[in-house]
Write a protein that binds this ligand. Structure first.
Ligand code: ADP
Length: 870
């Protein structure tokens, strides 16, 4: 080997060392795009062997071939490109995103001989970006902290992965450095090379250029140091990171540039001892004071005889990694902090919720207690008014007492509404659909204001449209409540002039009417800017209103809640100091049903008498009221003040039915019922009397074994029908059993129990046979077609016809002495035709009715024959 060859050999060894010293993939390609040299990192990233890669087409290893070719041409044109994002595909199919840096290298005549490429793995940068995004998210989304935690876990895993990668690279470096052991050069020798450069062959020059290019190609500070610790060669990256020019760096003490010189020296010595070191953390100092954290990777290089010539060092800038690590820690701390804050906020929210819930509970409890307190005396007022209504009264007295009762009814509804304020807010108001007489209902209600109006010297003008059908279907109690509110406001806010209540028919079709109600006054009026407000809860037009006129500001809010859910609207027109008109429209169903008057006495079923009732009730007023009602029914009545006493009484005496209050001292209704059912094994019917409809636990009533429940104030008709219903049930069952048997017996031509009873007919006709025969014939002619009409119209959903047919049938039951249960069935069918409210099994009712009519016809036919024959 001649000297030139030695130099050439050493140059190429040096180049090799440099190439391998890089942690990033380095690839040299010629002008045709063929790979001429690569390092270990490239082998790792592509997964191909060195032999395979050398001389292969460079562009093949990228996912976007066109792009890489374009970039390659750009490099040739501009001399360099930097940080171009590309993706390298590994042999095994995996991908690595890289930032592609390339520049041309030339011979000393300036001719381009190839391109050097450094491809920095960009996963780390990407990850840093992800972390940043994660941080932002953290800042804005405390709530999804769990997700964040998960992301952090992923981030941690990624960091771990990165560290693994780094370790791998360090390993690679070690491998690379080991290769370096056999390829060396020292500064002195290189100086000789420099001096003799002109003498070198073209190839040697090329190799030298190549080496220089390689040094520069490295993005990390790269430096070679001789055995004395003096810098012999370096790249631009080191110049940049130290801020010291190349000339100054050369031959200077390498350790001077670290913050901890002693450490650096020790690491350096370690390289000599061990042959290499990997990833020793050190800090480089820029001359202006800026510090750069690096991982120090070093490896000795030797001459071909094995003599150590120096050390090649790559100092990877880990500022970014450190920043990421710091950010990660910060992010974690931040996440923990956010978690704490979130938990704190959650706790606060929870306690606030508890406070709010308690407040709501307290409010409900208060309303419930209050309404209970108010209801008890109201029950008595209404109850006794009903009792008085049943006595001999002059028409005027009757009218006034009816007005009192109506007022009480309205008040009870109002109390319920206040109790149900929450319900009102939730729009859960329910409305009845029942036939009522609009005109008398409204005028009875207006009676309530007569005294007040007279006292204030006002005039009440009533305008009632005569075209309005007599009976309409709707919710009269709610209608009262609405008008009551409006009229009482009108009276309240008017000191002179008129109050006009007008009711007009504004539309009518086959089955409904739309009616406009208006209440006009000549009072103080409402300021324009307040008009929108007055329908809100607790809103009054002026702050002085409550002081001057009283009121709570709840009336109109409830009015609105009563009108709008029924499909109506309320409007107000008002001029300050002149007066106001509140008007609303509601639609009502038409009907041809008759309405029993509110204060009509109920007929008592003669069959049900001598009934022994035990009333369990603690409030004396209620006790008295119940006693009055039951006396009226002709029932025997005992009172027990609480559950305990009730049980004692029940042990001493037999009762047909128990009316059980729920809230009582000593032993409440539930406990008493439970005792009666479980301990006494008694099946005596028990009806719960519930004062508070909203809180009553109907399920609880049922579960302890109560048969039914009744809301206070007790509606006497409802009370009667419930008592009778429960007591008659076994009788009714027996009756239909008898009927069925009767039919069977009839088939076998045997004597049977009759469903008809001609006592009434005998009485009415004074047993006149002609009249009786006429009546019976009429029934026989009329009933079967009526029954058919009922069945057919039900099927056709012809409600009008169904109602009319049922209506026509009703009187016949009483005339023929058929049990009134069947009359009630016909009434139920009629009611169903009006409301279509399918609470009872309507088909079942029709079936039962048909059965009884058939039976009645058979029996009446027989009777007819008997009368004929006598
Ligand atoms: P309240 O009458 O209990 O205050 P309302 O909800 O019935 O509550 O009425 C709310 C407010 O609307 C009243 O306080 C009053 O300022 C105004 N207002 C209602 N009706 C009239 C009226 N007819 N004339 C003048 N102001 C009225």
């Amino acid at each position: 080997m001649n000297k030139t060859e030695i130099i050439k050999n050493q140059e190429s060894q040096y180049a090799r060392s440099l190439i391998e010293a890089s942690l990033d993939p380095i690839i040299a390609i010629n002008t045709e795009g063929k790979i001429t040299d690569i390092n270990q990192a490239t082998i790792h990233i592509t997964g191909f062997t060195r032999d395979f890669l050398i001389d292969s087409d460079f562009f093949d290893y990228f996912t976007e071939k066109q792009k890489i070719q374009d970039i390659y041409h750009e490099v040739l044109q501009k001399g360099a490109v930097s940080d171009f994002p590309l993706t390298i595909q590994n042999k095994n199919g995996s991908f690595t995103d890289v930032l592609f840096n390339a520049f041309v290298y030339k011979d000393n005549l300036g001719t381009i001989i190839g391109v050097l490429i450094v491809a920095r793995d960009s996963a780390k940068q990407k990850w840093a970006l992800d972390l940043k995004i994660a941080n932002n998210e953290l800042a804005f989304q405390n709530k999804i902290k769990e997700k964040r935690a998960a992301e952090l876990v992923i981030a941690n895993e990624e960091l771990a992965f990165q560290n693994n990668e780094k370790e791998k690279r360090a390993d690679e470096l070690v491998i690379a450095n080991k290769e370096l052991l056999f390829q060396s050069k020292e500064k002195e020798k290189r100086e000789i090379v420099n001096k003799k450069l002109e003498e070198l062959t073209y190839n040697a020059k090329l190799a030298y250029q190549y080496s220089l290019s390689l040094i520069e190609a490295s993005r990390d500070p790269l430096v070679t140091i001789n055995t004395k610790g003096k810098i012999t060669d370096m790249n631009e990256a080191l110049v940049n990171i130290t801020g010291i020019p190349r000339e100054e760096l050369t031959d200077s003490d390498f350790f001077d540039y670290f913050t901890e010189q002693q450490n650096a020296r020790e690491v350096y010595q370690e390289v000599f001892e061990k042959g290499s070191v990997a990833d020793s953390p050190l800090t480089l100092r820029h001359k202006d004071g800026k510090l750069t954290d690096v991982l120090f990777n070093g490896s000795v290089y030797k001459d071909d005889k094995g003599n150590i010539l120096g050390v090649v060092i790559v100092a990877r800038d880990v500022t970014e990694q450190k920043r990421i690590a710091t950010e990660l820690i910060e992010a974690r701390v931040f996440a923990e902090l956010t978690t704490e804050i979130a938990e704190e906020a959650k706790k606060n929210a929870e306690s606030a919720t508890i406070i709010a819930e308690n407040a709501v509970k307290a409010k409900q409890q208060f309303l419930s207690n209050m309404s209970h307190e108010i209801r008890t005396p109201m029950n008595a007022i209404i109850g006794f008014t009903k009792v008085v209504l049943k006595t001999e009264l002059t028409p005027k007295q009757k009218e006034y007492i009816s007005a009192i009762k109506m007022s009480g009814d309205a008040l009870i509804v109002l109390i319920n509404d206040i109790l149900d304020l929450a319900k009102v807010d939730a729009g859960k108001m329910t409305f009845e659909k029942k036939p009522f007489k609009m005109k008398s209902s409204i005028s009875a209600m207006l009676h309530l204001f007569e005294t007040k109006i007279q006292e204030k010297n006002l005039r009440l003008i009533k305008q009632y449209d005569s075209k309005i059908p007599n009976v309409l279907v709707g919710d009269p109690v709610r209608l009262h409540q609405i008008i009551l509110n409006l009229v009482s406001n009108a009276v309240k806010f008017t000191s002179k002039g008129n109050i006009t209540v007008s009711v007009h028919l504004i539309h009518e079709d086959e089955d409904r009417v739309i009616i406009e109600f208006a209440v006009t006054d000549t009072g103080i009026g409402i300021p324009e800017e307040k008009i929108d407000k007055i329908f809100e809860n607790f809103q009054q037009a002026s702050s002085g209103t409550s002081r001057l006129y009283g009121g709570t500001g709840l009336g109109l809010a409830i009015v609105k809640q009563l009108i709008e859910p029924q499909g109506g609207t309320i409007r107000v027109r008002s001029t300050l100091n002149e007066g106001s008109t509140f008007s609303f429209t509601l639609s009502f169903q038409k009907t041809n049903a008759d309405v029993e008057l509110e204060n009509e006495l109920i007929e008592l079923d003669t069959e049900i008498k001598n009934i022994k009732v035990l009333v369990v009730e603690d409030i004396p007023l209620n006790q008295l009221l119940m006693k009055t009602l039951l006396d009226d029914f002709g029932f025997e009545c005992d009172i027990a003040e609480n559950g305990k006493i009730a049980i004692e009484k029940l042990k001493a005496k037999e009762y047909d039915i128990i009316l059980m209050d729920l809230q009582m001292p000593e032993m409440n209704g539930f406990e008493a019922t439970e005792y009666i059912r479980k301990k006494m094994n008694s099946k005596v019917p028990i009806i719960a009397l519930t004062a508070d409809v909203t809180t009553v636990d109907l399920a609880k009533c049922k579960s302890v074994g109560m048969n039914d429940h009744l809301a206070k104030p007790v509606d006497e008709r409802l009370l009667y029908s419930k008592i009778v219903g429960i007591l008659k049930k076994p009788k009714l069952e027996k009756l239909s059993e008898k009927l069925n048997n009767g039919l069977k017996e009839n088939n076998s031509k045997e004597k049977k129990i009759k469903c008809i009873d001609l006592i009434y007919l005998n009485q009415k006709t004074k047993s006149n046979p002609t009249l009786m025969m006429e009546m019976i014939s009429l029934y026989l002619v009329q009933t079967p077609p009526l029954m058919n009409t009922i069945k057919q119209s039900l099927e056709d959903k012809n409600w009008k016809l169904l109602g009319a047919a049922a209506h026509k049938m009703i009187p016949s039951f009483a005339i023929m002495g058929i049990n009134s249960d069947f009359e009630n069935m016909a009434k139920k069918i009629q009611n169903f035709a009006i409301t279509q409210d399918q609470s009872e099994g309507i088909y079942d009712l029709v079936l039962q009715l048909e059965k009884i009519c058939l039976q009645a016809c058979i029996e009446l036919e027989e009777e007819l024959n008997i009368i004929k024959n006598t």
